[in-house]
Each structure stands twice: as structure tokens, then as C-alpha cells.
Design a protein around this ligand. Structure first.
Ligand code: APR
Length: 248
């Protein structure tokens, strides 16, 4: 049974929103769905590239086996993303930066749409598709400047091969990213969980940490998720339609 759409914000939540100082927002693919970015699980199709499932072509094993193929796949995805714009969900969150004493935005998305909407200091748990990283000297370069040599871009600093600066299946999160998010989850008053199926860890543990630290946890999603029962409030619907309601 499809959950009933949330069309207004409860008095309780409005009050907590008005009083909050430290707010943490965790986002997933769903916050970019209204911008045209397919989700991985809920409602979107499972992506297959040249006969390879998403989690094969986007894996540490594939980088070791066939780096040019991985770049071809990420160049294709960047091509799709390049024309997409942030939606009212991204914009609402960007606006909250100046509303709260401390707003922490943690995203699982690699699409850069939060930053395109004006969000700063975004904690990117899974990296960013608009960056490349050198295998040798670890330097990071912007994807728009890459020079390809035999279908693999090379580092401007040391000439080493570059890889997408994205966390692939089977890889660890960027050093310090999860720890920074978890530290904020321990101290936030209000925690929003927007557009994630909450099945991928450790990202999905962040709202659990916030809940454990007595924060008020609010989910925004058109579907119920693995996290819904843990939330203080579940707002059923699209991020781009619900998040702007807080500023009305
Ligand atoms: N607004 C809010 N939520 C939405 C919307 C929308 N407009 N459209 C879809 N959703 C919800 C879906 O119901 C689903 O629960 O967004 C969620 C998307 O879930 P996933 O596709 O699993 O994406 P995510 O949770 O971000 O995946 C986590 O898994 O594949 C890896 O690295 C990848 O970062 C990704 C991680």
C-alpha cells in the first residue's frame, strides 16, 4: 500500500525546526531524483553498463582489471549529469545553511548537485564524480580539466594514472568523512534523512547515532525504508515538494 503523501508539516516539527541550532541532513539518491538522476534501488531501474551490473563496473576489482572501462563508464555518467540542475530540495537545504547556527550536510551522492545549489562544506561520504585522484601522489584534479592518454587521464603533478575520486564497491570511505558526520550526529538537535533507502552502511548508521543521542529524526521519502520505524516523524513524498514547505 502506497503511504499517504505528507502535505503539511506538523506543529511539533515546525516548533522543533524553529528552535533547532544544530541540524544534520543526510541525503541519498532520492534527493536528486527530481533533477533526473536515476536512483539505485527505490523506484529507479538497476543500472547495467555494457552487460555489467552497476556494482561490477563501479568496483575496486574493475579498477584493477580494466581502468579504461571504468573511465568510459564514469565519462558516460558525467555526460548525463552535466545537463542536470539542482531541484527545490537541494535549494531548500542550501538555504538552511544560514538559518541554523550549525548545519551539517552529509551526502551519499557523488553528483555535486548540493554544491551546485550553493551548499558548502558538504561531507561527501562516497566522493564526487567531478573529481579525479592520482594513484601515485594522491593529488585531486577537476574532471573537466582531464587530459586522457590511452583512455586513462594522467596526473598534471606527477604523470601518474588518475582514477575517479569516488568510493567504489569494496572500497573504504574517504578518511575522516564518516567520523566527521558521526561526531555531528552525536550533537545535533534535529536530523533529516532525505531520499535514501538506508540499506548501505556505514552511512545508514548516522541517523541511528543521532537517534541514540536523543535527536529528533525525520525521514523524507515517498516510500518506507529500513529506517522508517526508527524515525520520530516520516514525511511521505518527494524531497523537492516537502523540504520547501519548511520555509513557508
Ligand atoms: N524524494 C525523496 N526520496 C526519493 C525520491 C524523491 N523525489 N525519489 C525516490 N526516493 C527514495 C526512494 O524511495 C529510495 O528509498 O530515494 C531512495 C533511493 O534509494 P537508493 O537508490 O538505494 O539510493 P541511496 O540510498 O542513496 O543508495 C546508497 O548505495 O549504490 C550505492 O553508492 C551508492 O550512494 C549509493 C548508496
Amino acid at each position: 500500500m502506497t503511504p499517504t503523501e505528507t502535505l503539511s508539516i506538523s506543529e511539533e516539527l515546525r516548533e522543533r525546526f524553529a528552535q533547532a541550532n544544530n541540524v544534520l541532513v543526510l541525503t541519498g539518491a532520492g534527493v536528486s531524483a527530481e533533477s533526473g538522476v536515476p536512483t539505485f534501488r527505490g523506484g529507479g531501474n538497476t543500472t547495467v553498463w555494457k552487460g555489467m551490473p552497476f556494482d561490477v563496473i563501479s568496483s575496486a576489482g574493475m579498477i584493477a582489471r580494466d581502468l579504461p572501462a571504468v573511465w568510459e563508464w564514469f565519462n558516460y555518467r558525467r555526460g548525463l549529469l552535466a545537463v542536470l540542475k539542482p531541484n527545490p530540495g537541494h535549494e531548500a537545504i542550501a538555504g538552511w545553511q544560514t538559518r541554523f547556527r550549525d548545519l551539517t550536510l552529509v551526502t551519499q551522492n557523488i553528483d555535486g548537485l548540493h554544491q551546485a545549489a550553493g551548499s558548502h562544506n558538504v561531507i561527501e561520504l562516497h566522493g564526487n564524480i567531478w573529481r579525479a585522484r592520482c594513484f601515485e601522489c594522491k593529488a585531486r584534479h577537476h574532471a573537466r580539466e582531464l587530459k586522457f592518454d590511452n583512455n586513462v587521464p594522467v596526473c598534471f603533478d606527477c604523470g601518474g594514472n588518475l582514477r575517479p575520486d569516488v568510493v567504489l564497491f569494496g572500497e573504504m570511505l574517504p578518511a575522516g568523512a564518516f567520523e566527521a558526520a558521526a561526531a555531528k550526529a552525536h550533537t545535533c538537535d534535529l536530523c533529516f534523512v532525505v531520499g535514501t533507502s538506508a540499506v548501505v552502511y556505514p552511512a545508514a548508521s548516522i541517523p541511528e547515532i543521532a537517534r541514540g543521542a536523543s535527536a529528533y529524526v525525520v525521514e523524507v521519502n515517498p516510500e518506507r525504508t529500513a529506517l522508517s520505524d526508527l524515525c520520530d516523524e516520516v514525511l511521505t513524498g518527494k524531497a523537492g515538494e516537502i523540504l520547501p514547505l519548511f520555509d513557508q
